[in-house]
Design a protein around this ligand. Structure first.
Ligand SMILES: NC(=O)c1ccc[n+]([C@@H]2O[C@H](COP(=O)([O-])OP(=O)(O)OC[C@H]3O[C@@H](n4cnc5c(N)ncnc54)[C@H](O)[C@@H]3O)[C@@H](O)[C@H]2O)c1
Ligand SMILES: N[C@H](CO)Cc1c[nH]c[nH+]1
Ligand SMILES: [Zn+2]
Length: 427
């Protein structure tokens, strides 16, 4: 981990730069694959699956037999763990349901807002270097609570042409309606345009590597909605001398092991804490099966020493991390002051992994500074708000003249007439 001592504010953007490629870097590849999937459909999907995932599939649809066989392979204890996580995620997301909002804005003018589920949704489940079956719970549980009718899951096949049994187990547990073995840019293209085997959807959800994330961003140009750019994982920890360096090191490594383009950052007012965490990382990383990946990610990672809490908070809000852990004595200062973060974890006993799997919050979160403007996935992500109104005779008498005056001033006579024609009958 590179240690940076009190960087000048002018250098913050350089210090806080993400290691990921940008839309500009990947755009040409995405456009090429989109074009081929649009014109050649499943033929292009098959070719790109062979090229990027190294497998030539006869069919990429998961059959019912395949599903049942896979489910039987998931050990009973893991099945129970997945069910417990699902129940916490369900509890937190069900609690996000809102009631109809109704207001009589003027006598006789009733306005209300109701939520309606997005009918067709596509869920992307990452599977390049690790099959993230926990993401199935994070996306399919709220989709089911919201009432989405068609829930299509795409995930890249392994070299032997299968999906991890845990992905399939979680998918059937959470009401996924179709499962397709396809990943990367080609999966996003399939869900955007539709092919003979992949249904076109209205909104695409889910995290992924930089290729998947850029593909989702560019898919919006073709009329599909997306949850948000949820790319390579990030974690920023703020810690002081009261924190446990071994705990902090374990949290930083937990996100570093996701991928070589993950980024983890430690911010502290204590140089000794940064040094102790750095030593703990060196020690803990040796025992990790994904040591090589974590080491590459750690090369993108930084320990930043700052002079006081106010500077730390300003720098953190400038970075806008996906995950933000607060391990300091005065935690209220950071908890109250954080404006830009996907999800916040507070105190020594709240590891980020809890949110990744089982506490109940959603782990599909904005990366690359997008937490400045986007929320993570939540129940509302799967529905739209629709407004309704009903105006009585009395109501139109009350607001009719206002509408007429405004329409006339905008030069829109037909708008005015739609009111005047009714008001005449009410005189
Ligand atoms: N932000 C979040 O909420 C969140 C949550 C979970 C995981 N993640 C991130 O998801 C990512 C998962 O990445 P992954 O790679 O393991 O799986 P993935 O499924 O996202 O990507 C694998 C696919 O990438 C494509 N690909 C690989 N190299 C390519 C290339 N050179 N050109 C074009 N396409 C290429 C292939 O089609 C492959 O199927 C990690 O970066 C992780 O940090 C983010
Ligand atoms: N930390 C990831 C979000 O950035 C989510 C995840 C899934 N499995 C493990 N972790
Ligand atoms: Zn994680």
């Amino acid at each position: 981990m590179q240690i940076i001592d009190n960087p000048n504010k002018e250098n913050w953007s350089e210090v806080l730069k993400r290691p990921t490629q940008t839309v500009k870097d990947i755009e040409a590849t995405v456009n090429q694959i989109f074009e081929e999937v649009l014109t050649e459909g499943d033929v292009a999907i098959k070719n790109y699956t062979a090229r990027f995932d190294g497998v030539d599939l006869v069919s990429n649809i998961v059959s019912n037999d395949e599903l049942q066989e896979a489910i039987a392979k998931v050990p009973a204890k893991l099945q129970e763990a997945i069910k417990l996580a699902k129940s916490n995620i369900e509890a937190f997301h069900k609690a996000q349901k809102t009631t109809r909002v109704e207001v009589q804005t003027t006598n006789g003018v009733a306005c209300w807002q109701e939520k309606r589920a997005i009918e067709k949704v596509g869920l992307y489940i990452p599977g390049g270097t690790a099959p993230l079956f926990s993401t199935v719970l994070m996306l399919a549980v709220p989709a089911q609570i919201a009432g989405c009718k068609e829930i299509v899951l795409c995930s890249p096949p392994s070299k032997n042409g299968s999906l991890a049994p845990e992905i399939l187990f979680a998918a059937q547990l959470c009401g996924v309606t179709k499962i397709i073995k396809v990943g990367g840019i080609q999966a996003i293209a399939g869900l955007t345009f539709g092919t003979a085997t992949i249904p076109q959807v209205y909104k695409i959800f889910g995290p992924g590597n930089q290729y998947v994330t850029v593909a989702k961003q560019l898919a919006t140009k073709h009329g599909v909605a997306i949850d948000m750019p949820a790319g390579p994982s990030e974690l920023l920890v703020v810690a002081d001398n009261t924190a446990n360096p071994a705990y902090i090191a374990s949290d930083l490594l937990s996100q570093a092991e996701h991928g070589i383009d993950s980024q983890v950052i430690l911010v502290s007012t204590s140089k000794s804490l940064i040094n102790e965490v750095s030593e703990a990382i060196e020690e803990q990383i040796q025992a990790l099966p994904r040591q090589a990946i974590a080491e590459k990610a750690m090369a993108n990672s930084k320990g930043i020493l700052v002079k006081d809490d106010a500077t730390a908070l300003e720098l953190i809000n400038e970075y806008g991390p996906e995950h933000f852990i607060v391990c300091v004595e005065n935690e209220a200062f950071y908890v109250d002051g954080i404006r830009n973060a996907g999800s916040v974890f507070i105190g020594d006993f709240t590891p980020e992994s809890a949110g990744d799997y089982a506490s109940g919050t959603n782990h599909t979160l904005p990366t690359n500074g997008f937490s400045k403007a986007y929320s993570g996935v939540n129940l509302d992500s799967f529905s739209k708000s629709m407004t309704f109104q009903k105006i009585s005779r009395e109501g139109l008498l009350n607001i009719g003249e206002t509408i007429e005056l405004m329409a006339e001033a905008e030069g829109l006579q037909a708008h005015k007439n739609a009111v005047s024609i009714r008001l005449k009958d009410l005189q």
